[in-house]
Ligand binder design. Structure first.
Ligand SMILES: [Ca+2]
Length: 241
Protein backbone atom coordinates (compact mmCIF):
# COMPACT_ATOMS: atom_id res chain seq x y z
CA UNK A 1 0.00 0.00 0.00
CA UNK A 2 1.13 3.48 -0.73
CA UNK A 3 -0.36 6.91 -0.87
CA UNK A 4 -0.25 8.69 -4.17
CA UNK A 5 1.48 11.98 -3.77
CA UNK A 6 0.39 15.31 -5.02
CA UNK A 7 3.11 17.08 -6.95
CA UNK A 8 2.89 20.68 -8.01
CA UNK A 9 4.96 21.74 -10.96
CA UNK A 10 5.89 25.07 -12.32
CA UNK A 11 8.17 25.91 -15.17
CA UNK A 12 10.48 28.87 -15.38
CA UNK A 13 12.51 30.26 -18.25
CA UNK A 14 15.92 31.83 -18.09
CA UNK A 15 17.30 34.00 -20.82
CA UNK A 16 21.05 33.85 -21.01
CA UNK A 17 23.28 35.31 -23.68
CA UNK A 18 22.49 35.41 -27.38
CA UNK A 19 21.95 32.05 -29.05
CA UNK A 20 21.66 30.43 -25.66
CA UNK A 21 18.56 29.67 -23.68
CA UNK A 22 17.79 27.28 -20.92
CA UNK A 23 14.67 25.98 -19.29
CA UNK A 24 14.34 24.18 -15.99
CA UNK A 25 11.44 22.28 -14.55
CA UNK A 26 10.88 23.11 -10.89
CA UNK A 27 8.42 21.38 -8.61
CA UNK A 28 7.54 21.16 -4.96
CA UNK A 29 8.62 18.03 -3.15
CA UNK A 30 5.96 15.39 -2.68
CA UNK A 31 4.83 14.67 0.82
CA UNK A 32 5.72 11.31 2.27
CA UNK A 33 8.77 9.24 1.58
CA UNK A 34 10.18 9.93 -1.86
CA UNK A 35 13.04 7.97 -3.40
CA UNK A 36 13.04 9.94 -6.62
CA UNK A 37 11.14 11.57 -9.46
CA UNK A 38 10.52 10.77 -13.08
CA UNK A 39 10.09 13.45 -15.72
CA UNK A 40 7.77 12.44 -18.52
CA UNK A 41 7.83 14.34 -21.77
CA UNK A 42 6.57 14.21 -25.33
CA UNK A 43 4.51 16.07 -27.86
CA UNK A 44 1.23 14.67 -26.52
CA UNK A 45 -0.21 16.41 -23.47
CA UNK A 46 -2.11 13.33 -22.36
CA UNK A 47 0.40 10.62 -23.15
CA UNK A 48 4.02 11.78 -23.01
CA UNK A 49 6.09 9.17 -24.82
CA UNK A 50 9.43 9.52 -23.03
CA UNK A 51 10.60 9.51 -19.46
CA UNK A 52 13.78 10.05 -17.54
CA UNK A 53 14.52 9.11 -13.94
CA UNK A 54 16.00 12.29 -12.49
CA UNK A 55 16.59 11.03 -8.95
CA UNK A 56 15.58 12.70 -5.76
CA UNK A 57 15.70 16.32 -6.89
CA UNK A 58 13.04 18.98 -7.33
CA UNK A 59 14.32 20.62 -10.47
CA UNK A 60 15.61 19.40 -13.81
CA UNK A 61 17.25 21.22 -16.71
CA UNK A 62 15.24 20.03 -19.70
CA UNK A 63 17.66 21.43 -22.25
CA UNK A 64 19.73 18.31 -21.66
CA UNK A 65 16.92 16.29 -23.25
CA UNK A 66 16.99 15.49 -26.98
CA UNK A 67 14.29 18.02 -27.86
CA UNK A 68 13.65 19.47 -31.31
CA UNK A 69 13.68 23.23 -31.69
CA UNK A 70 10.36 25.00 -32.23
CA UNK A 71 8.33 21.91 -31.25
CA UNK A 72 5.92 22.12 -28.34
CA UNK A 73 6.52 19.48 -25.67
CA UNK A 74 4.55 18.61 -22.58
CA UNK A 75 6.19 17.69 -19.30
CA UNK A 76 4.89 16.09 -16.15
CA UNK A 77 6.54 14.63 -13.12
CA UNK A 78 5.79 11.66 -10.91
CA UNK A 79 7.30 10.63 -7.59
CA UNK A 80 8.26 7.10 -6.62
CA UNK A 81 9.34 5.15 -3.58
CA UNK A 82 9.69 1.51 -2.80
CA UNK A 83 5.93 1.20 -2.68
CA UNK A 84 5.41 2.41 -6.21
CA UNK A 85 4.92 5.48 -8.35
CA UNK A 86 2.50 8.36 -8.03
CA UNK A 87 0.25 9.60 -10.75
CA UNK A 88 1.96 12.21 -12.89
CA UNK A 89 1.15 15.83 -12.20
CA UNK A 90 -0.73 18.02 -14.66
CA UNK A 91 1.45 18.68 -17.69
CA UNK A 92 3.11 21.95 -18.54
CA UNK A 93 4.02 22.96 -22.08
CA UNK A 94 7.36 24.21 -23.30
CA UNK A 95 8.66 24.94 -26.80
CA UNK A 96 12.46 24.93 -27.15
CA UNK A 97 13.52 28.04 -28.99
CA UNK A 98 15.50 28.03 -32.18
CA UNK A 99 19.13 28.07 -31.09
CA UNK A 100 20.63 27.07 -34.43
CA UNK A 101 22.09 30.05 -36.30
CA UNK A 102 20.97 30.20 -39.94
CA UNK A 103 23.22 29.16 -42.80
CA UNK A 104 25.41 31.91 -44.30
CA UNK A 105 23.74 34.12 -46.91
CA UNK A 106 24.94 33.60 -50.46
CA UNK A 107 25.39 36.00 -53.37
CA UNK A 108 26.78 38.78 -51.21
CA UNK A 109 27.61 42.00 -53.01
CA UNK A 110 28.52 45.44 -51.66
CA UNK A 111 26.91 48.57 -53.09
CA UNK A 112 28.85 51.82 -53.01
CA UNK A 113 25.65 53.83 -53.39
CA UNK A 114 21.95 53.42 -52.67
CA UNK A 115 21.01 53.66 -56.35
CA UNK A 116 20.05 50.01 -56.65
CA UNK A 117 16.27 50.38 -56.38
CA UNK A 118 15.34 50.76 -60.05
CA UNK A 119 13.33 48.61 -62.42
CA UNK A 120 16.07 46.89 -64.42
CA UNK A 121 17.93 44.09 -62.69
CA UNK A 122 21.63 43.78 -63.47
CA UNK A 123 23.30 40.39 -63.04
CA UNK A 124 26.84 39.24 -63.62
CA UNK A 125 28.25 35.83 -64.57
CA UNK A 126 31.84 34.91 -63.86
CA UNK A 127 34.00 31.83 -63.57
CA UNK A 128 35.94 31.10 -60.43
CA UNK A 129 39.61 30.21 -60.35
CA UNK A 130 42.16 29.74 -57.60
CA UNK A 131 43.72 33.19 -57.98
CA UNK A 132 40.50 35.12 -58.61
CA UNK A 133 40.07 38.40 -56.80
CA UNK A 134 37.61 38.55 -53.91
CA UNK A 135 37.14 42.31 -54.39
CA UNK A 136 36.22 43.08 -57.98
CA UNK A 137 34.69 46.54 -58.50
CA UNK A 138 31.92 46.62 -61.08
CA UNK A 139 30.70 50.04 -62.26
CA UNK A 140 27.14 50.42 -63.49
CA UNK A 141 26.52 53.39 -65.77
CA UNK A 142 23.43 54.98 -67.24
CA UNK A 143 25.08 56.38 -70.34
CA UNK A 144 27.99 58.45 -68.97
CA UNK A 145 26.44 58.68 -65.50
CA UNK A 146 27.92 56.32 -62.92
CA UNK A 147 24.98 54.91 -60.92
CA UNK A 148 26.71 52.48 -58.62
CA UNK A 149 29.87 50.51 -57.94
CA UNK A 150 29.27 46.97 -56.73
CA UNK A 151 32.11 44.87 -55.31
CA UNK A 152 31.86 41.15 -56.04
CA UNK A 153 33.82 38.17 -54.74
CA UNK A 154 34.81 36.11 -57.75
CA UNK A 155 36.27 33.33 -55.62
CA UNK A 156 32.72 32.09 -55.08
CA UNK A 157 29.36 31.85 -56.85
CA UNK A 158 30.89 31.26 -60.29
CA UNK A 159 28.90 29.66 -63.10
CA UNK A 160 25.64 31.41 -62.23
CA UNK A 161 23.89 34.75 -62.51
CA UNK A 162 24.66 36.95 -59.52
CA UNK A 163 22.31 39.91 -59.15
CA UNK A 164 24.14 43.18 -58.52
CA UNK A 165 21.02 45.30 -58.02
CA UNK A 166 18.19 46.98 -59.89
CA UNK A 167 18.59 50.35 -61.59
CA UNK A 168 16.63 52.81 -63.66
CA UNK A 169 18.24 53.55 -67.01
CA UNK A 170 17.26 56.51 -69.14
CA UNK A 171 20.20 56.10 -71.49
CA UNK A 172 22.46 53.20 -72.50
CA UNK A 173 23.04 50.69 -69.67
CA UNK A 174 26.71 49.92 -69.29
CA UNK A 175 28.56 47.58 -66.93
CA UNK A 176 32.33 47.95 -66.50
CA UNK A 177 34.39 45.28 -64.76
CA UNK A 178 37.64 46.61 -63.35
CA UNK A 179 40.63 44.28 -62.86
CA UNK A 180 42.29 45.85 -59.83
CA UNK A 181 45.57 44.52 -58.47
CA UNK A 182 47.50 41.40 -59.35
CA UNK A 183 44.75 38.88 -58.63
CA UNK A 184 42.80 37.54 -61.59
CA UNK A 185 39.49 39.21 -62.53
CA UNK A 186 36.96 37.46 -64.75
CA UNK A 187 34.76 39.02 -67.46
CA UNK A 188 32.17 36.58 -68.78
CA UNK A 189 28.62 37.90 -69.30
CA UNK A 190 26.07 40.48 -68.13
CA UNK A 191 22.30 40.10 -68.01
CA UNK A 192 19.76 42.91 -67.81
CA UNK A 193 16.17 42.02 -66.89
CA UNK A 194 13.52 44.72 -67.25
CA UNK A 195 10.36 45.04 -65.16
CA UNK A 196 8.44 42.90 -67.67
CA UNK A 197 10.93 40.07 -67.30
CA UNK A 198 12.58 40.63 -70.68
CA UNK A 199 16.20 39.53 -70.55
CA UNK A 200 19.11 41.02 -72.49
CA UNK A 201 22.34 39.06 -72.21
CA UNK A 202 25.66 40.46 -73.36
CA UNK A 203 28.34 37.77 -73.61
CA UNK A 204 32.02 38.61 -73.70
CA UNK A 205 33.10 39.32 -77.27
CA UNK A 206 29.56 40.16 -78.38
CA UNK A 207 28.44 43.43 -79.93
CA UNK A 208 28.51 46.14 -77.28
CA UNK A 209 31.60 44.88 -75.51
CA UNK A 210 34.92 46.69 -75.38
CA UNK A 211 37.99 46.59 -73.19
CA UNK A 212 41.25 48.14 -72.12
CA UNK A 213 44.38 46.15 -71.34
CA UNK A 214 44.81 42.49 -72.21
CA UNK A 215 42.11 39.89 -71.58
CA UNK A 216 42.87 36.22 -72.12
CA UNK A 217 40.65 33.17 -72.30
CA UNK A 218 40.27 31.61 -68.85
CA UNK A 219 40.45 27.89 -68.19
CA UNK A 220 37.87 28.41 -65.45
CA UNK A 221 34.91 26.12 -65.99
CA UNK A 222 31.15 26.84 -66.00
CA UNK A 223 31.49 29.89 -68.24
CA UNK A 224 28.57 31.56 -69.98
CA UNK A 225 28.50 31.07 -73.74
CA UNK A 226 31.73 29.68 -75.17
CA UNK A 227 34.34 31.11 -72.79
CA UNK A 228 35.23 33.59 -70.10
CA UNK A 229 38.11 36.04 -69.97
CA UNK A 230 40.55 37.06 -67.27
CA UNK A 231 42.90 39.95 -66.66
CA UNK A 232 44.54 41.98 -63.89
CA UNK A 233 46.50 45.14 -63.15
CA UNK A 234 44.03 47.81 -64.22
CA UNK A 235 42.44 46.32 -67.30
CA UNK A 236 38.71 47.03 -67.79
CA UNK A 237 35.97 45.18 -69.64
CA UNK A 238 32.79 46.97 -70.70
CA UNK A 239 29.42 45.42 -71.49
CA UNK A 240 27.03 47.95 -73.08
CA UNK A 241 23.50 47.13 -74.16
CA1 LIG B 1 31.21 34.24 -71.74
Amino acid sequence: MYTKSFIAVLITYFSLISFCSAATLVWDASTGTVDGYKVYYGTSATNPSESVNVGNVTQYAIDSLPLSENVQYYFCVSAYNTAGESDPCAPVAYTPSDTTPPTPPIGLVAHASSASNGNTEVALWWTTYSNRSSNVPVDIYDGANLLDTVTVDQKTNGGQWNVLGSYTFSSQPKVVIRAVGSDSTCADAVKLTDSNGNESIIDNGASGTSYTGTWKISIGTSYYGSQSLFSSDGATYTFAL
